[in-house]
Ligand binder design. Structure first.
Ligand code: LLP
Length: 432
């Protein structure tokens, strides 16, 4: 359920017209809905309520301080992947003790920082990492809470760049080796085995890979629970969202009809997984990112030029792959709609940015209404892995970000002044 819809001919977020935001804050512009963020968190939280659980929002998907604060206020924990993300949680007023620290390459400094802040668990991805955490904890005279990430070797049937749970991937420890790792880890004095974790991939649109993975891992986790008194089992993130049709999928009616269709909803996810999880009698952790933030954000951009070549109709816009890289990187689909709805014939168009790369496009050969210079369009479902993957390529500033709540709107990230891009650079002394 999300907050972006047409009211009459105009696109709105909650009670605020997108046009009015563009007038006030310019373009390109990221717009987030607080109501959607909260709604998605609560939908999943409620669906999992029959078991003791903690939703740890994967903040890599959108780590704006206001997004974190919105979720922290609802009791969310956080899945973090760097010391920087932990600092962000703290800066946003979140609770370090509700953070799980994932990632294959944790440095000593990051481990020390996380230990001092008392994170809930380290999700450990290799034995050398386990040794390192033990060593750092010993130096600090602390005991590190740990869950080992099991790689269940289950194909998530998603894009190759976001599949993580097979032996082709760098993540986790092979299913067959887990028992050995736990028995060696149990001998490490400054390690406390607290749980087991897995994550098989991102943007999964069916429950069956989750179900297959939980079925495969459950007997193992039960055995380890008894042997080492494990408290939790983290089933990772990965719940997919609907990128198409993104607008309709915001309504309550759509969610009702989704239940009957082949669409992954939190209720279906819970209905299939809870019967497997409940008997474990453990705390269940989840690490959803995209499900919470994906449809909570859009990227608005202005059409600068319409360029017709013999073959194509190009809409050249003021946003680019540096603002939203998903189409270039994953061939991802983002629905594109005008801020002012219009009828008439549709024209097959390519929406492209100004960057000097052929990969700098948002769609190709897509039927779109007739649009001209000065019109604005919105790229939908851009709340997850949008702004966070932004870069300054072509010395382009990161855009303004706005949070909407009902009739209120506030800037939650200021447009980056261009001088800030090179603020930490220097001309070498011998060049002066
Ligand atoms: N847990 C772990 C260990 C992860 O690696 C990830 C995502 C998540 C949770 C959250 O996954 P989610 O619920 O958001 O699917 N940039 C890509 C997605 C990369 C996902 C990386 N790991 C994209 O734009 O599609």
């Amino acid at each position: 359920m999300h907050d972006f819809r047409y009211v009459g001919k105009k696109l709105y977020c909650g009670g605020v017209s997108i046009e009015s935001l563009v007038k006030q804050f310019g373009s390109p512009l990221y717009i987030y809905s607080q109501r959607t963020l909260a709604g998605h968190f609560q939908k999943l939280d409620r669906a999992m309520s029959p078991v003791d659980h903690l939703v740890c929002y994967a903040m890599k998907s959108n780590s704006n301080l206001s997004v974190i604060r919105t979720l922290a206020n609802l009791g969310s924990g956080f899945d973090i992947v760097s010391g920087g993300e932990l600092q962000r949680v703290i800066a946003a007023g979140g609770d370090a003790r509700k953070c799980v620290f994932a990632g294959v390459g944790k440095t000593e400094t990051e481990i020390e920082f996380a230990l001092r802040r008392g994170v809930y668990s380290f999700n450990v991805e290799s034995e050398p990492e386990l040794q390192r955490i033990n060593r750092v904890a010993a130096r600090l005279k602390k005991v590190a809470p740990v869950a080992v990430r099991v790689n269940p070797n289950v194909d998530a049937h998603t894009h190759a760049k976001i599949t993580t749970g097979t032996y082709e991937n760098k993540f986790g420890i092979a299913f067959e080796n887990i028992e050995g790792v736990y028995s060696r880890a149990a001998k490490l004095k400054n390690i406390r085995l607290r749980g087991l974790q897995m994550h098989i991939g991102s943007q999964l649109t069916a429950v069956s890979p989750f179900e297959q993975a939980v079925k495969k891992v459950s007997p193992l986790v039960a055995k380890l629970r008894d042997r080492y008194k494990l408290e939790f089992f983290s089933i990772g993130g990965g719940l997919g969202i609907v990128y198409q049709p993104a607008l309709e999928s915001g309504s309550a009616e759509w969610w009702k009809s989704a239940a009957a269709k082949n669409i992954l909803t939190p209720d279906k996810y819970a209905a299939r997984l809870l019967p497997l999880l409940k008997p474990l009698g453990m705390r269940i952790l989840m690490e959803p990112g995209r499900f919470i933030s994906g449809n909570a954000g859009i990227l608005v951009t202005r059409i600068e030029y319409v360029k017709r070549t013999g073959k194509k109709n190009f809409l050249i816009v003021d946003a680019a792959m540096n603002d939203l890289i998903r189409p270039a990187f994953y061939d991802a689909y983002h629905e594109i709609v005008p801020l002012v709805r219009r009828g008439g014939t549709q024209i097959s168009s390519d929406v492209v940015g100004p960057i000097c790369e052929s990969g700098d496009y948002f769609c190709k050969d897509r039927p779109l209404p007739k649009l001209g210079e000065g019109d604005h369009i919105a790229l939908l479902s851009a709340g997850a892995y949008g702004s966070v993957m932004g870069s300054n390529y072509n010395t382009r500033s990161l855009p303004t970000e706005v949070l909407v709540n009902g009739n209120k709107a506030a800037v939650v990230r200021q447009h980056q002044p261009v001088q800030d891009i090179w603020a930490n650079e220097k001309v070498a002394p011998w060049l002066k």
